[in-house]
Design a protein around this ligand. Structure first.
Ligand SMILES: [Zn+2]
Ligand SMILES: [Zn+2]
Length: 140
């Protein structure tokens, strides 16, 4: 089922559409995501890069080095600073959308917590939700 969604940054300079089913939200508790999002964790939705289309503006790119040593591109609005998505340098066919930038994210569900080894003690971790102390395992 293809699903159409819209979203954008806080100031409206960046707008996008997503044409893909949303598979669920992954909360990342790594310190880089905390800094980039300004929040206790980053709420991420992995998508095929081809599903994300910018209809207004072009996000600015910051080149981050992840805890794994891999280079990670973090894209944000140069006007208001909203984090929009990230992309591994080694995996250009995938993007990781920031769930909070969707216009309507109410229908999504949290399916996984990752990097829980570095989660803040005051961040609630639902015991019913899959969790990984570091990165998510690679699935075949
Ligand atoms: Zn903006
Ligand atoms: Zn992270």
């Amino acid at each position: 089922m293809t699903q159409h969604s819209t979203g954008g940054c806080l100031c409206g300079a960046i707008r996008y559409t997503v044409d893909a089913p949303m598979t669920g939200v992954i909360a990342c508790h790594c310190s880089n995501c905390r800094k980039a999002s300004g929040a206790g964790a980053s709420h991420n939705i992995p998508l095929p890069a081809s599903a994300l289309t910018f209809t207004r503006g072009t996000p600015k790119r910051f080149v981050d080095t992840a805890a794994s040593g891999n280079r990670l591109f973090r894209f944000f609005c140069a006007e208001c600073g909203s984090s929009i998505y990230s992309q591994r340098e080694s995996m250009p066919q995938m993007v990781v959308l920031k769930a909070g930038t969707l216009d309507d994210a109410a229908g999504l569900a949290l399916v996984m917590n990752i990097w829980t080894d570095s989660a803040l003690p005051w961040m609630p971790l639902d015991p019913a939700v899959e969790r990984h102390p570091r990165n998510r395992p690679v699935r075949a």
